[in-house]
Design a protein around this ligand. Structure first.
Ligand code: FMN
Length: 204
């Protein structure tokens, strides 16, 4: 599918989130390759946000973000994350799988926000052992739908990445084609939803 927005519209502001904060993690390697694919695709202004570099406490304020709105008391160390989510037109979440779900770091980052996700498309890149992030992504789709985000159908999954990646990239060159399909779909939804958000406030 051709990206009809290229050259005719402001760049799509894409935020790629590195969900894992584990010591010795593989997440930044995957995110770096995904960012390269997004930049090469064209039309995206890419920002990578690494949750390991952000303060994301597990203890939430008394009032939920939905009710507190702009006054939600977030820690100063979260400002970079909040600003990125707020300004984003689209997201790609890079997630490992821990015990058939996604990491607690990612859940905390999601729960500290609300309107920042609404009426924006989210694509997923999962990796891990046998499951390749499959269960993690299913859980994320469910959670982000609650926040009025729009999950994209096509994603990327890397089972047993320790045997299928080398020198920071997947050995199977067909993967770049799958990434292009993901980015084509993400671009289409980004354009459609940005137009809709500009036309009328989303009734979250
Ligand atoms: C606590 C824990 C639980 C895991 N559970 C699963 C799992 O359920 N399915 C899977 O495919 N891989 C599982 N793995 C393997 C991870 O996906 C793999 O270690 C991956 O490298 C984790 O991502 P990270 O290196 O970015 O932290 C688990 C790893 C950890 C540390």
């Amino acid at each position: 599918m051709e990206n009809t927005q290229r050259g005719t519209e402001a760049p799509h502001r894409l935020v790629i989130i590195v969900g894992s904060v584990r010591e010795g993690r593989f997440g930044p390697t995957v995110a770096s390759w995904v960012a390269e694919q997004a930049r090469d695709h064209g039309g995206f202004e890419v920002d990578v946000v690494d949750l390991a570099e952000v303060d994301v406490p597990l203890v939430l304020p008394a009032v939920p973000p939905l009710l507190a709105g702009d006054d939600y008391p977030r820690p100063a160390g979260m400002a970079r994350l909040t600003a990125a989510l707020e300004g984003a037109d689209a997201f790609i979440i890079v997630t490992p799988e821990y015990n058939h779900s996604y990491p607690a770091s990612l859940k905390a980052a999601i729960d500290w926000h609300f309107t920042q996700w609404a009426a924006k498309p989210v694509a997923f890149v999962g990796y891990g052992g046998a499951s390749g992030g499959r269960h993690a992504v299913l859980h994320l789709e469910n959670v982000l739908s609650e926040l009025h985000a729009v999950p994209i159908r096509d994603g990327l999954s890397f089972p047993s990445y320790f045997t299928t990646w080398q020198d920071g990239r997947p050995l199977d060159t067909a993967t770049e084609g799958y990434a292009k399909t993901l980015l084509d779909q993400l671009s289409w939804w980004t354009s459609a939803l940005r137009t809709a958000r500009d036309a009328a406030p989303y009734p979250a």
